[in-house]
Design a protein around this ligand. Sequence first.
Ligand code: ADP
Ligand code: MG
Length: 365
Amino acid sequence: MQPADTPWLQLSGISVAYGRRAVVADFSLTLPRGAVGCLLGPSGCGKTTVLRAIAGFEPLLAGEIRLDGALVGSARQQVPPEQRRIGMVFQDHALFPHLTVGANVAFGLRGMPDAAQRVQHMLETVGLGGSAARYPHELSGGQQQRVALARALAPSPQLLLLDEPFSNLDIELRERLGSELRQLLKAAGTTALLVTHDQHEAFAIADEIGIMSGGRIQQWATAYDLYHQPANRFVADFVGQGAFLPGTVQNGQHIQMELGMLDSPEPIRCTEHGDLCDAGCGVDVLLRPDDVVHDDASPVTAEVVAKAFRGAEFLYTLKLASGQTVLSMVPSHHNHAIGERIGIRLEVDHVVAYKREDEPALDCG
Ligand code: ADP
Ligand code: MG
C-alpha cells in the first residue's frame, strides 16, 4: 500500500526511439488516482508512442514508468503488457467480429466467477444493456466504440489508455460520447489518459491536458489555463484561436500597438519566462477573438477580409493598415460585407505577451 499522495501514474524522463530516431525525449507526467489526463498535439508529435510505452509495447531508452508506485518500465526492466492491468481503447475499435457483443466484453474476464454479471453491468453502463447477443456488424460506429469501452473497463484496469477513441465518428456523436465518457470514468473512479488532436474533445473529457509537440510536453495545465495563460507561442497558437500582434512596452504597464495603447492593471511580464518587460521592450501580444471588439466610434478601422457565421456571432478576420490580421468575434446582427472597413478597439482583460526574440532588448528586464 502506497501513501495516499503517491501519484497513480508517473512517467519520469522517458525516452523512446524507433531505430535511431528518438520520437519521445525526456518526457514526464504525473496523474493522481482517479484523474483523467489528456495528451493533445498535432499528428506525429509522439502521443501514440507515449501510450504504447505506458502499455508496455515500446521499450524505454531512458526514464521510468510507475503505476501506483510500482516500477513497470525502465531501460533495464520491462513488466510485460499483460501484467500491467492496463485497458486500451483505440480509434478503430477492433472488436472480434465473429464474437457477440457479450463475448467481446467477456474477453478479458475469462475464469472470473461473476463474469456474466460483470458483462451485463458493463453493457448497461455504456447504454447497451439489451445488446449482448448481437454482433459488432449489427451496431453503429458509436455503439461499437461503446462496446470497446465496456470491454476495456470490464476487468477493472488500473489505468485506461484511450487513443483518439472517437476520431472515426461524426462530430455530434463525438461530443456526446466525450462527455458520457467523462461521466463514466468519474463514476467508476478510473484513472485514464486520453490522446487526441481535437481540443474540444480534450476540453470535454480531461481534468488536465498536456500540450505536446516534437515528443515533448509544452505545458501541462487545465483547459482554462492553457487558453488564458499559454506558456509559449506554440501553446497559444495551438489552443483556441487568435493572432499575435507586435507592440512596444511603455512604462512597464502599457503596450503601444497598431490598435492603440493596451493598458494592463499589472506590470507587463513575458508570459513565457515571467520576467518583467521594461520600457522599449518589443513583445508579441496574443489577441483572442474576444479581445478585439467592434466599435463604430473607434478611430481605428480594419478591413473585413473573411467572415464565418457562428450563429450568435460572426468571426471576422480583419486586416489592419500594416497588413497584419486579427480575429474578432462580433454579435451576428453586425453583418458586414467582405471589403468593408469597420471600427475596432482592444478590450483585453489580462495581457498575454511574449518577448520578441528578434529584438534582443537593450532595456528589457
Ligand atoms: P501521434 O500519435 O502523435 O500522431 P506517433 O507516436 O504515432 O505520433 O508517432 C511519432 C513519430 O514516430 C512520427 O514521426 C511517426 O512517423 C513515427 N513512428 C510511429 N510509429 C513508428 C514505427 N513503428 N516505426 C518508425 N517510426 C514510427
Ligand atoms: Mg497517434
